[in-house]
Ligand binder design. Structure first.
Ligand SMILES: [Zn+2]
Ligand SMILES: [Zn+2]
Length: 81
């Protein structure tokens, strides 16, 4: 009886909570996320996206918490309608 070899253990370590730096501005930390481009960027890049009428989300942890709370409230309301 041969024991099957373990499938490749690809542990994807996504560093949640750690701040990333902007691709265009390596010294600037990303604080925003563009829903249209699905990418994160710094406060210097935000204009490029807002000018194109992209949906930009502020990613600072406090705002995310608030957004989540608000979102929950909104979905609750939507369920009632
Ligand atoms: Zn930038
Ligand atoms: Zn964008």
């Amino acid at each position: 009886m041969t024991t099957t070899t373990n499938p490749a253990h690809t542990t994807t370590t996504l560093e949640h909570g750690t701040l990333q730096f902007c691709q265009s501005h390596p010294t600037k930390k990303v604080k925003f996320y563009c829903v249209n481009d699905k990418e994160m960027f710094c406060s210097k890049c935000i204009l490029k996206h807002t000018q194109q009428k992209h949906e930009v989300i502020n990613c600072s942890p406090k705002v995310i918490d608030m957004k989540r709370m608000v979102q929950e409230m909104i979905t609750e309301v939507e369920c009632l309608e």
